[in-house]
Design a protein around this ligand. Sequence first.
Ligand code: PEP
Ligand code: MN
Length: 344
Amino acid sequence: MLILMEPAAGPDLIAEVVALLEAAGVRPQIQESAEATSILAPHASKALKPDRLEGLPGVRRVVPITSPFKLASAEGSLTPTIVEVRGVRFGGGELAMVAGPCGVETREQLFATARYVAEAGLKLLRAGAFKPRTSPYSFQGLGRDGLRLLEEARREFDLGIVTEATEAETFDAVAETADLVQIGARNMQNFALLKLAGRCGKPVLLKRGPAATLEEWLYAAEYVLSEGNRSVILCERGIRTWSDHARNTLDVSVVPAAKALTHLPVVVDPSHATGRRDLVIPCARAGVAAGADGLLVETHCHPEKALSDGPQALLPSDFFQMVEQCRAIHRVISGRPVGVGLAF
Ligand code: PEP
Ligand code: MN
C-alpha cells in the first residue's frame, strides 16, 4: 500500500507510521516529493488493515497497490522517478544520452572515443571493463585495468562512467568506479547480482533480458528496489525473435508499455537491439519518438579495429548525426520549438 501523508505531517508523525509498519514486519520506504511525503509499504495489507493506518494522525489516505511489483509499479509513486547521474537526469522529460565503445580496449581507443562523445555535449561515457561474451574465446575485457582507464577518462574529460558488473566477485570494484552500474541482459535474472546492485549505493541501469517479458523485467527491477535502491533505469536492448536480419528485434512498443506500468525511467539501446550500424540511427530515432527517456549507444573511433561489437558501433560522424537528429525529435515530442529542420 501507499500511505499518503498530510503536507503538514512532520517527521514525528512519519516516524510513528513507520514504527507501526516495522512492528508488523513490513519494510517501508519513505518517498519525499514537493507536495508531501508518502510511505511505500509493500504487502502491508497482509499485516495491517488500511483503516488501522488511516486513523493515525498525519495520514491523509491509504491507497492499495494492486500491481504485483509493489515498488516498481506506477501506482507506488506519485510522480515519475528521476534518476540523476552526475547531473544527467533520466526520467525528468529530458533526453539523457550515454555513449561509448562496447569495451575498454586501450587508453588511446577509450580517450579518442571519449573526446568526441564529450564534444557532442554528452556527459556520460559507457564502456565495459568486464565483458559478458557469448564465446569464451572472445575478448573478455581488461577487467580491473579497464576500470582504472575509465577513472582516468572521467578525470580527463569530466564524463560520468557507466560500466557493467558481471559477477559477484568483482561487483564492488565495478561499483566503486561506476557512476551508473550496468546490469547486462544476460544477468537480468541473476538474482544474487540484482541484490548486490540494490545495496551498492549507486544508480543501476537494468537491461531487459533477450527473452524476458515486460513483467519479468519489472520483477527484476523489484529485486533492486526492494534492497532499498530507488535509482533504477530500465533499458530495452532488443529481444530474440525469429527475425534474422538483425542481431535482435527492438521492441519499440515496450517503451510506452513499460512507462504505463512503472514510474522508473526507460531508455533504449539501439546498438545491441540491431547489431548493425546501418540500423542503429533509425532505431535510435524510433526509441526517442516512442517516448524513451534516453539512449545508450555504442560508438568507436575505429570500429573496424574494435575487439567487440565493431559492426554495430557508430562511426564518429554518424554519432554526431544521431545525437542531432534525436535531440530534434525529442524537442518535437516534448513540444519545444524546433530550431533545425527534421530533414533526414
Ligand atoms: C553491452 O552493453 O555491451 C552488452 C553486453 O549489452 P547486453 O547486455 O545488452 O547484451
Ligand atoms: Mn556491446
